[in-house]
Design a protein around this ligand. Structure first.
Ligand SMILES: [Zn+2]
Length: 526
């Protein structure tokens, strides 16, 4: 039906898009004796077009005019596209042309005003990032968006409003308690301002300070405010390990009481005792959906996460040896805990907890508690107390199964300069390992989860599908070679097989390097 539509369009040469092209050409010809710039239009020929909808790919051509997809046609169709006089042509034989990837859980906004070419994102085919995750966002969002309007990035940027950000503004350092009714009302007022500023909805980080001290009622109250303004809810849940099932129940309760679309961030089973229980957990979410609740999830393709050392202490007693022992036995083994950043003693960065324990001659539990104490002491003294770990906690098979759930899209959870390789590798890793090497997802299915499904889960309109009239955010990749290269020891290696990336029809990445163009726009809630 879609192709038929294109064919019909082609029989009407006076359609508005073409009139606009003619008009632009005419006006520029009047203003300037030079011929109209052919760069306003280009043709990609011979690509396998995987349009993002999940339907089978086909060999075809696609024309972009003024940043918008103007025409698409199969190579063997009567209306196969051929270049006009002087029109640039990209031969894409043996390559896949897909919509640019939409990263629904991104930290690539950190430093993006300073590094707007966003190599980490564009080099893996990402053309839109969704920021403001885990309960933390720029405040006010309108200022961040205004800054991006005047100094754009290579990628499009959308953002949630973070619950933790609002909570800190209202409660200050006195956040280790439930908020009062008046404080919740104040947070609701701030949230309304953020929603008016274009936030997609509310994000929470209920495993982190200060969100961990909130009650479910507080979150429901704020989610209800988001719902009233057509917003959505996205959550790093209260637990991803020992209390995962309770955290899922809380998320379902929030969806039921606040009545809005809910997305579980970086869905994972991060405890040995949970491994293999995906069927049971997905059945619970399917039951919630059958009840009419709009619950979806995103997943990144790694067996290890990156966070703080303290996140594994839900009771926040960092001297609790039993809690430390539980964490190292059930959640992250000492040789699976890589110290990514440790401001109090940077010589420890790049070592595992097991190695540091050996070096110090202490047992891993003691070492773990000591390191947290050292970072907190540094912070108390005004020195750099920052720390983060990359921790192996998940099983490949669980990740692949969660990823295959029809309501899961792909995300990176990555940053521009992060210590986790996902910042540069998440999308190529799915395409190379989960699709090509392991056959756990079909190519069209994987692309759908990176594009149209992701856009739907974020409420982004006009993105994520290759269709006439859509913004020409696109990635051209080689399905035979696409693969991540970034690792925990070299997290900033760009992937192989990503040939070219466009945002709004402008090349932002090709031949392994950023192009320097900054065509990204802010995607405010519609
Ligand atoms: Zn998170």
């Amino acid at each position: 039906m879609k192709l038929m539509g294109n064919r019909l369009h082609r029989k009407h040469p006076c359609r508005p898009a073409m009139l606009a092209v003619v008009l632009v050409a005419f006006l520029s010809a009047c203003a300037d004796p030079a011929p109209p710039s052919p760069a306003q239009s280009f043709l990609i020929q011979g690509a396998t077009i995987v349009d993002g909808t999940g339907t089978p790919g086909y060999i075809g051509s696609l024309r972009v005019t003024n940043g918008v997809i103007a025409e698409i046609a199969p190579a063997d169709a009567d209306n196969a596209l051929s270049p006009t006089q002087g029109e640039p042509v990209h031969d894409a034989t043996n390559l896949v042309l897909a919509p640019g990837f939409i990263d629904t859980h991104s930290h690539h906004d950190g430093g993006v005003l300073e590094e707007p070419t966003a190599l980490a994102a564009v080099s893996q085919g990402i053309t839109t990032i969704v920021a403001g995750q885990d309960g933390g966002s720029r405040f006010p969002i309108a200022d961040f968006f205004t800054a991006l309007d005047s100094t754009p990035a290579a990628v499009n940027v959308a953002s949630y409003a973070g619950h933790g950000t609002l909570r800190r503004r209202v409660m200050g350092d006195d956040f280790r308690r439930a908020a009062t009714e008046a404080e919740v009302a104040e947070m609701q007022t701030l949230l309304e301002g953020e929603l008016a500023g274009g936030a997609l909805g509310l994000s929470t980080g209920l495993e982190y300070d200060p969100g961990i001290y909130s009650t479910t009622d507080e979150v429901v109250a704020l989610a209800t405010t988001a719902a009233a303004h057509g917003g959505r809810y996205i959550s790093h849940m209260r637990s991803e390990d020992r209390a995962l099932l309770a955290a899922i129940e809380e998320t379902v309760e929030i969806a039921r009481r606040a009545r809005l679309p809910v997305q579980i961030s970086h869905f994972k089973l991060a405890a040995r005792g949970l491994w293999g229980r995906t069927a049971e957990i997905l059945a619970r979410l399917d039951a919630a959906r059958a009840e009419g609740l709009d619950i979806s999830a995103d997943v990144y393709p790694y067996e290890y996460w990156q966070s703080t050392m303290t996140v594994l202490f839900p009771e926040r007693d960092f001297t609790d040896r039993a809690a430390a022992r539980y964490a190292l036995e059930e959640l992250v083994a000492p040789d699976g805990m890589l110290i990514a950043r440790f401001g109090a003693d940077t010589t420890l960065e790049g070592k595992t907890l097991a190695q540091i324990a050996t070096q110090r001659g202490t047992d891993p539990v003691t070492t773990y508690i000591d390191l947290i104490a050292e970072s907190r002491a540094a912070r108390a003294e005004g020195r750099d107390g920052g720390e983060s770990i990359v921790a192996s906690s998940m099983a490949f098979d669980d990740i692949a199964t969660l990823m295959s759930w029809p309501h899961t899209n792909i995300s990176s959870d990555g940053g521009l300069r992060g210590a986790h390789p996902r910042g540069f590798g998440a999308y190529p890793r799915v395409l190379g390992r989960y699709v090509r090497e392991e056959g756990r997802l079909g190519l069209e299915e994987a692309v759908h989860k990176m594009t149209e499904l992701a856009a739907r889960h974020m409420g982004l309109v006009g993105r994520g599908v290759l269709k006439v009239g859509a913004a020409a955010d696109m990635v051209l990749f080689d399905p035979a070679t696409v693969l991540d290269r970034s690792t925990t020891t070299q997290p900033h290696l760009t992937a192989t097989g990503i040939a070219r990336v466009w945002v709004a029809g402008t090349v932002v990445y090709e031949n392994g390097a950023v192009a320097g163009a900054l065509p990204g726009v802010v995607l405010r809630r519609q």
